[in-house]
Design a protein around this ligand. Structure first.
Ligand SMILES: Cc1ncc(COP(=O)(O)O)c(C=O)c1O
Length: 398
């Protein structure tokens, strides 16, 4: 008697996603670094600052005091209170701790939100350019990504009118990430309000990725979460990673309607459970302590952005929108495609890495084929050296 041999190795859903493109470029860069190559690394999207002392101390104290056990799945009440109080103080929102779930990084907040809201065939509207993970996370849930192109000439502006044109009976959610990774574009407050109101009117969730909300350089820091009369359809996805230079700690959260938060917590109870207990204590210190570090980081990013943009002016053919936030620039490299055997932005990124030892991420990862992304969360010296290498390399393309 013969037994049937299963030929299927993996579940279909894992075939619907790709490895994160930013992680792939980081891996290639790490390999070169390990071979002793000196790189000007604009690849990874994380602050170059160290986590502030008072945040580290809170974690150390938590460990010393044996605060090392399981906690409530959604986070201890104190951390959820710290999140909602910070948000209320800075943006005028009115969430309660049971409208908050603390997650192992902002990415997990997004992942869980999509898992609980999006079914097979549901549509999710996503502005272009988009952060790499949005698309894959939607597809993993079986959802369909509906892209809306931002207008590059208008700093990748997205308006309610553009979103409205993409709404169908299957639309389940709209994702807004402002300031944006990769373009640094900020959705103007009036556009943000119009989009939130449009979503509310249509019974569609608006997922506000506020990972960079404090890295807004316009002087007017707003959150879509402040439109409290539309709360029923708003989900704020937050992160401490960039705000407090805490990428490795994995601290994020979601604020939203109680039933959605409860569903996300239920999902979390069957996967990661609580965020590391000492990280929750460190996060309380970050959220309730002095916010001076945030102001300092922001001021330095503005200087770095200006330095990069000044440097770009010395590279003929390279054009770039002026980012209003985050720590990325997204120059248009279309003038170089077709020169020196370069066929695409990916090709260019690969050449910049191998020939100029400059790490950038190709625009294809973010839904545009004519750009590269540089993270300028690096030292001022790296900016100077990196821009010089790029200028020299681009000059060889004629
Ligand atoms: C737009 C955006 N959202 C969310 C995240 C997730 O951040 P984390 O999971 O570190 O909180 C990132 C990280 O790069 C991001 O760029």
């Amino acid at each position: 008697m013969t037994t049937a041999i299963a030929t299927k190795v993996f579940a279909d859903r894992i075939g619907r996603i790709e490895v994160s493109a930013t992680m792939a470029i980081t891996a290639a860069a790490l390999k070169l670094k390990s071979e002793g190559v000196n790189l000007a690394d604009f690849g990874a999207g994380e602050p170059h600052f160290s986590t502030p002392r008072h945040i580290k101390d809170a974690a150390i104290e938590a460990i010393e005091k044996n605060f090392t056990r399981y906690t409530n799945v959604a986070g201890i009440p104190e951390v959820r209170k710290a999140v909602v109080d910070r948000h209320a103080c800075d943006f005028g929102s009115n969430y309660t701790p049971d409208e908050c779930v603390f997650t192992t990084g902002g990415k997990l907040a997004l992942f869980n939100a999509i898992q609980v809201l999006v079914d097979h065939g549901d549509e999710v509207i996503l502005p272009v350019p988009y952060w790499v993970s949005f698309k894959d996370i939607i597809q993993y849930a079986g959802g369909k990504v509906v892209l809306v192109e931002g207008e590059e000439e208008k700093n990748f502006r997205i308006t309610a009118k553009m979103i409205e044109a993409a709404i169908t009976p299957k639309t389940r959610a709209i994702i807004l990430n402002t300031p944006s990774n990769p373009s640094g574009a900020v959705v103007a407050p009036e556009d943000l309000e119009a989009i939130v109101r449009l979503a509310h009117k249509n019974g569609i969730y608006v997922l506000l990725d506020e990972c960079y909300v404090y890295l807004n350089f316009t002087g007017e820091i707003v959150s879509g979460g402040s439109f409290t009369d539309c709360k029923e359809h708003i989900l704020v996805l937050g992160s401490l990673s960039k705000t407090y230079a805490m990428t490795g700690w994995r601290a994020g959260f979601a604020l939203g309607p109680k039933p959605v938060i409860a569903a996300m917590s239920k999902l979390q109870s069957q996967s990661t459970s609580n965020t590391a207990s000492m990280v929750q204590r460190a996060s309380i210190a970050a959220l309730t302590g002095s916010q001076e570090c945030v102001t300092e980081f922001r001021a330095d990013y503005i200087k770095l952005r200006d330095q990069v943009l000044e440097g770009f002016k010395t590279i003929p053919g390279l054009t770039c929108t002026v980012p209003q936030g985050a720590f990325y620039v997204y120059p248009n490299v279309s003038k170089f495609i077709g020169k020196g055997g370069i066929k695409s932005a990916s090709d260019l990124a690969a050449k910049l890495l191998s020939e100029a030892h400059v790490v950038v991420v190709p625009g294809e990862a973010f839904g545009t084929a004519e750009h590269i992304r540089l993270s300028y969360a690096v030292s001022h010296d790296v900016v100077v050296e990196g821009v010089r290498r790029m200028r020299d390399y681009f000059a060889t393309l004629g």
